[in-house]
Ligand binder design. Sequence first.
Ligand SMILES: Cc1cc2nc3c(=O)[nH]c(=O)nc-3n(C[C@H](O)[C@H](O)[C@H](O)COP(=O)(O)OP(=O)(O)OC[C@H]3O[C@@H](n4cnc5c(N)ncnc54)[C@H](O)[C@@H]3O)c2cc1C
Length: 396
Amino acid sequence: MHDTDVAIVGGGLAGSLAAAMLGRAGIDTTVIDPHPEYPAEFRCEKLDGDQVVLLKKTGLAEPVLRVSTPDRESWIARFGRLVDKRTGDQEGIFYGPLVNTIRAEIPAQVRFIHAKATTIASGAEHRSVALSTGEIVSARLLVLANGLSVSLRDQLGIKREVVSECHSISIGFDITPVGRRSFPFPALTYYADRTDDRTAYITLFPIGGTMRANLFVYRDMKDPWLQQLRAEPEQTVTALMPGLRRITGDFAVDGHIAVRPVDLYVTRNHVQPGLVLVGDAFSTSCPAAGTGARKVFVDVERLCNVYIPQWLATPGMDAGKIAAFYADPEKQACEAFCIDKAHGLKAFSTDPSLRWAARRWTRFLGHYGIGTLRRFGRRPLTAPTGGHALPAGAKP
Ligand SMILES: Cc1cc2nc3c(=O)[nH]c(=O)nc-3n(C[C@H](O)[C@H](O)[C@H](O)COP(=O)(O)OP(=O)(O)OC[C@H]3O[C@@H](n4cnc5c(N)ncnc54)[C@H](O)[C@@H]3O)c2cc1C
């Protein structure tokens, strides 16, 4: 039996970040995760400028920025035309190295137990967690940061409500130029030309010496198009975005093509004594909208900088204390922003109605105008209006 003030179940982005922050604040913390090293997984592969600002608030940005790859300049294109070149603010980093870099910052006094949490029980003052190793951890506060996993939530009567099933599919692969040494751009975002292609955009960005591609589509997982993409990736991408090659030149898709669908869900019945949910464990966001890491950073920053120190300073861990975190205005604003951006981007990419066509054209012309001003050396003063949610790395 281990006694601790805070037990964190899950050492992904949210759990590792929380452990590093709490450990640095001198709070007695234990992390439980089966993987000694976070494995290679297709998840968030870049942070945009806003996310880096949020990460700075956690005090953990510096080690991440030491190993991530800045894009420096980002090109925006549509209909085979380059519409703008803006100063880049994205940092490319694979998810495994991102989490492992943050884990390396967890101070030595934080106990890291390599096990799976199997059962959670509540007592008068403490929550106890039974582990796959037979150990039991007893904590004043349990932080559930176990991502998409459902079993522990089910035990606690926490309900998952799917608000958009298979909202989008994320596709990730390495891409190399053919017939030349490098692509002409440091990073590129290319928007889909037609709404009936059910595609948001493709973004190409550097991670170390690799040019990585993330393509976001709105399709069914059984759609034969996905098989076609795996069988003939270059031809399928070119057929989807006929103008892309005009910007990239000939290209080859290298190695494994990762395909992951994402459901959007929220949780219900989560306000419980001694227990708080963060990151994907609380709600998912659409990868195309590039907001998952933002949500993790806001959740963990508010929880560790504001609420946990206050909660531990007084006896008990009742539901009233916990409710304050979920009602935090910054957290609520972030949740609303993420869901709005997820639905807005889907409509922006797939809705053929006049209203959304007008928004697409306004956005395109806005980008074009800004790009033209930039080319002639004049800094645009205002952003284009009339558009809706755009992906990370595609802000005017
Ligand atoms: C394909 C894809 C692309 C994405 N792209 C972007 C993007 O471009 N930009 C962006 O901002 N966001 C993106 N996201 C979202 C972002 O990656 C997630 O929101 C974020 O990684 C969630 O982190 P987390 O710590 O909540 O969950 P995870 O990183 O999943 O961590 C969960 C941890 O819990 C552990 N765990 C599970 N069950 C147990 C248990 N019983 N006991 C102990 N440990 C347990 C797991 O081992 C894991 O370490 C993307 C997501 C996907 C799927």
